[in-house]
Design a protein around this ligand. Structure first.
Ligand code: SF4
Length: 457
């Protein structure tokens, strides 16, 4: 239960002082606000992290990070300065306690994971798998996931300006790591995009397209604009959502003249055709919502698009209390005008156990945040059940709490089960992290074969 009373107070957004970090002590505001400077100074390895921190971060952290990269990480390191700067915003590396605060930081915990963060006995659930949502099985054309009756996900590219440790699309997105290689698209980009548009023209039952990746902020703007313009020419498409965590991780990009004027053109066409364009972003912690993020979100709204919404991920150590979630939702809503929308349970990919919450914990969080936010801005906690799709956490059909197995049903058939007459009678399973189970439940899983570390690669 949330500590009572949770007291709402409007908090001014603050851009942490980047000059407190020795490597950026001389960086001007003009450079900081330049998307080009941000991209050129992303932190991609330990040497560059040392350069920014200037010796203030304890050696044990670097050793812990290095071991994680060698033995556990499914995503390589990629941190725009904007994002790194939101970690431990109130301390500089020379301050006492900085290293401990860095270890405990909610953003660090998911953007820069270290070996000691992971669960030592169960780094992965035995049922964890790469592409845990089986998206590639539902591609009628490469990169276009059709798993709901009226909606599709268009994965346009496999890179992002930032890489999140828990990325659900770790199968495809980012660079290979020592424990995970990556799927590569076979078709060239233009052929893939043309095939996607052709599929949508041929399937007027689809009305809603999530344009994603990766992160659309890594697609050259003219290419993104022409793809979205192609969608706007298809009469049956009524909703278009552009997925970009970079609205928070690299807001400088969304503030460039090229992007703002391009979005204005798309919004004007969408408005003429009665189509809704929205941006969906991915913010997990209140401290990530800075004045630059708010400026970028409002700049996008000013172009005339319908909305900017947030789809966060529930992560232990980052946002697993109701107070953290409410702080985040109020920060998004009050000054950035970003609509809290969903919080997903973290998917069952290798190495994610220490981040994942149980279904019971997610249900509890949903219960505990009710009544504080406007109803239209109260996010839903959702479980993305393999082969089923998103379900609100209270829609579970059955729940074995001892073994941590929840059972779910589905109400439509998609391409993969088109010939399966029992698809709608079956119950589909989802699994809690084993270490939160009662001892008898943990014994059940120990007695079964355990998946190797970094399973399913
Ligand atoms: S921004 Fe999204 S797609 Fe990119 S690494 Fe993070 S979770 Fe994955």
């Amino acid at each position: 239960m949330i500590d009572q009373p949770y007291v709402y107070r409007h908090r001014e957004l603050v851009e942490p002082d980047w000059q407190r970090l020795p490597g950026w002590a001389e960086v001007s505001r003009e450079d900081w606000e330049s998307a080009q400077w941000q991209r050129a100074h992303c932190v991609k390895n330990i040497r560059q992290l040392r350069g920014v921190m200037g010796g203030g971060l304890a050696e044990r952290f670097y050793a812990d990070l290095e071991r994680d990269q060698a033995e556990r990480a499914t995503m390589s390191m990629l941190l725009p300065p904007q994002m790194l700067n939101t970690m431990v915003p109130g301390l500089s590396p020379a301050d006492p306690g900085f290293s401990d605060a860095f270890y405990a930081d909610p953003v660090r915990r998911y953007m820069l994971p270290v070996f000691s963060d992971r669960h030592q006995e169960w780094p992965s659930h035995p049922h964890a798998s790469r592409d845990s949502l089986h998206e590639a099985e539902m591609w009628p054309v490469e990169g276009l996931t059709h798993r709901y009756p009226t909606k599709v996900l268009a994965e346009l590219l496999s890179t992002c300006p930032q890489y999140c440790g828990h990325c659900t699309r770790m199968d495809l997105v980012g660079n290979p790591t020592p424990v995970i290689d990556k799927h590569r698209f076979e078709l060239g980009r233009d052929d893939r995009f043309a095939a996607m548009l052709a599929y949508l023209r041929a399937n007027p039952g689809v009305r809603d397209v999530v344009v994603s990746g990766g992160d659309v902020a890594n697609l050259p703007w003219p290419r993104l604009e022409s793809f979205v313009a192609g969608l706007l020419e298809i009469d049956s498409i009524r909703d278009i959502r552009l997925a970009t965590k970079a609205l928070m991780g690299l807001p400088q990009y969304w503030l460039t003249d090229e992007v703002r004027s391009g979005m204005e053109r798309l919004a004007a066409t969408a408005s003429q055709r009665d189509v809704s364009i929205a941006i969906h972003t991915h913010v997990n912690s209140a401290q990530s919502v800075t004045p630059l993020v708010a400026r970028a979100a409002k700049a996008m709204l000013e172009t005339g698009i319908r909305d900017v919404r947030n789809q966060g991920v529930l992560l232990r150590g980052t946002n697993d209390t109701a107070a953290q979630l409410l702080d985040l939702c109020f920060a998004l809503l009050d000054d950035a005008k970003i609509m809290p929308y969903y919080f997903y349970m973290c998917d069952m990919i290798p190495g994610s156990e220490h981040w994942r919450l149980s279904l019971a914990e997610a249900q509890r969080l949903q219960h505990d945040i009710m009544g504080y936010l406007p109803g239209f801005a109260t996010p839903r906690m959702v479980c993305d059940v393999p082969y089923v799709g998103k379900r609100w956490v209270h829609q579970v059909a059955g729940y074995d709490r001892e073994r941590g197995i929840s059972y779910w049903t589905k109400n439509y058939r998609t391409g993969v089960e088109a010939d399966d007459s029992r698809a709608l009678e079956r119950e589909y399973e989802y699994y809690d992290p084993i270490y939160v189970l009662p001892e008898t439940g943990q014994e059940y899983w120990r007695s079964r074969s355990r998946a190797p570390v970094g399973a399913a690669s």
